[in-house]
Design a protein around this ligand. Structure first.
Ligand SMILES: C[S@@+](CC[C@H](N)C(=O)[O-])C[C@H]1O[C@@H](n2cnc3c(N)ncnc32)[C@H](O)[C@@H]1O
Length: 437
């Protein structure tokens, strides 16, 4: 998996899910495999930094699978305390023997044994400049750390990086058209699953040690969906009411579409648009599982929506825009190594175009929400500021009350920027815009 992620730029979460399904490992082993894959990818630059000290010809000259085997083993030695070091080394040598010739297994053995002998030396030199220290200590690319220091200061940048290495919490959203949050909490308690209400979202529940909630009857029967708490705030900011006509411009896989339909008690109409046909089907599958008939999933480019629907025809619009995803590094650690500053500039240009284009579909008095699962001003604050500066009929409404209102009144800018270290939820940006005339 590690080699495939490195060589084919495959997404780690997709790789992992399909490999785990094929392997059908016991739960504990699947957990360990997940930890090893995500952990090794997360810690890539730090592992390479230390490995360079032990591999004479340099790790870039090694075959990719050998390089990844060394990374995987060093990860266990440096970051996991329940795997005996000698077990990690023996396993690596066995794998090397099975896949390569004797020279390779000898080299792997030699490198890892000398790491074991000098474990005390696996520390960063003192006196590194702040950005370099944070980048190596918390395993992030230097350019990103520099960017975050620039935007948020050194302390916040370090806190972001630290939070990105924490395992994400498991949270579910209750389908309130079927059961109340209290009712669901009672069911969980009865089944011996530890759970607590989310402080961020009125429909959210945090679940502790409940395993994969997507494999439960509650999920199959549509009582719950799996969703991050920050993500749940978005539908709350849209605040759609029963009977309204709502447009969700970039909707797949349909998490927020379904949440909005639930808030509308499945009364009204939600047009859920998605660029890719295969992803549109995911929206339909969600709607069916949750018993929501008000969702109409369509395929198309959101930039074309203004030509397909009459102007001023929606009460609410959600633009949950494609973004660099840097708020969800905890879930997709490979993102931090694949994204570049140019990617951010390109996607921000698309976000501006999208917002400009879909805004013509909002009726006077209607609300449009712009959201992303990223942090960084270029894709968030600056997109919304630019929109407001160039569209005099639009502005920021008063708070809508609830958790959203509280977060918004505390925020300094046009929208709310949730950081991964704030509430233990994903990094997210949400801005609520009203059309005044
Ligand atoms: C952030 S995700 C949406 C997540 C979704 N709102 C949810 O909560 O489940 C962005 C989606 O926009 C789609 N997309 C990207 N560019 C698009 C475009 N030009 N028009 C429509 N959809 C687009 C992507 O395929 C992706 O599914």
């Amino acid at each position: 998996m590690l080699t495939r992620v490195e060589e084919n730029k495959a997404y780690s979460n997709l790789q992992l899910n399909s490999a785990l399904q094929r392997a059908s490992l016991p739960r504990e082993d699947a957990g360990l495999a997940t930890e090893l894959v995500y952990g090794t990818i997360s810690r890539l630059n730090t592992l390479d930094y230390f490995l360079e000290r032990f591999v004479t010809k340099g790790i870039q000259k090694l075959q990719p699978w050998v390089r990844n085997l060394l990374r995987l083993s060093l990860y266990q030695l440096m970051y996991l305390d329940r795997i005996p070091p000698h077990a990690a080394v023996n396993e690596a040598v066995n794998l090397a023997k099975r896949r390569g010739h004797q020279g390779i297994s000898g080299m792997v053995n030699g490198v890892l044994r000398s790491v074991l002998r000098s474990k005390d030396e696996l520390v960063l030199p003192s006196g590194l400049p702040p950005a370099e220290r944070i980048a190596l200590e918390h395993s992030h690319p230097l350019w990103l750390v520099e960017r975050w220091i620039d935007e948020y200061g050194e302390g916040a940048a370090e806190a972001i990086c630290r939070a990105n290495n924490e395992p994400p919490a498991v949270s579910v959203r209750v389908n309130t058209t079927m059961i109340s949050r209290e009712g669901m909490l009672a069911e969980l308690e009865q089944a011996g699953v530890k759970a607590a209400p989310s402080a961020l979202s009125p429909e959210g529940i945090l679940v502790y040690g409940g395993g994969n909630m997507a494999l439960t009857d509650w999920y199959r029967d549509g009582q719950i969906s799996i969703q991050d708490e920050s993500s749940m705030l978005v539908a709350g900011a849209v605040a759609p009411e029963p009977g309204m006509r709502v447009l969700d411009c970039c909707a797949a896989p349909g998490g927020k579409t379904a949440h909005m339909a639930e808030l509308m008690k499945d009364r009204g109409e939600i047009v859920a648009n998605e660029l890719h046909e295969h992803k549109r089907k995911l929206i339909e599958a969600q709607a069916e599982r949750l018993g929501l008939g008000s969702i109409q999933a369509v395929t198309g480019d959101a930039l074309e929506l203004a030509r397909r629907y009459p102007a001023d025809s929606f009460d609410r619009i959600l633009l949950d825009a494609p973004c660099s995803g840097l708020g969800v590094i905890r879930r997709k650690p490979d993102l931090k190594w694949t994204k570049t500053p140019d990617d951010i500039g390109e996607i921000a240009a698309l976000q501006r175009k999208l917002l400009d284009s879909v805004s013509t579909l909002l009726r006077v008095g209607g609300i449009m929400v712009y959201s992303t699962c990223t942090i960084g001003r270029e894709e968030n604050e600056q997109v919304v500021r630019h929109f407001l500066d160039t569209h005099p009929g639009f502005g920021l409404p008063e708070d809508s009350g609830g958790t959203w209102g509280k977060l918004h009144s505390d925020a300094e800018g046009a929208g709310v920027q949730i950081m991964p270290q704030d509430y233990g939820s994903d990094g997210f940006y949400i801005a609520r815009i009203r059309r005044f005339f």
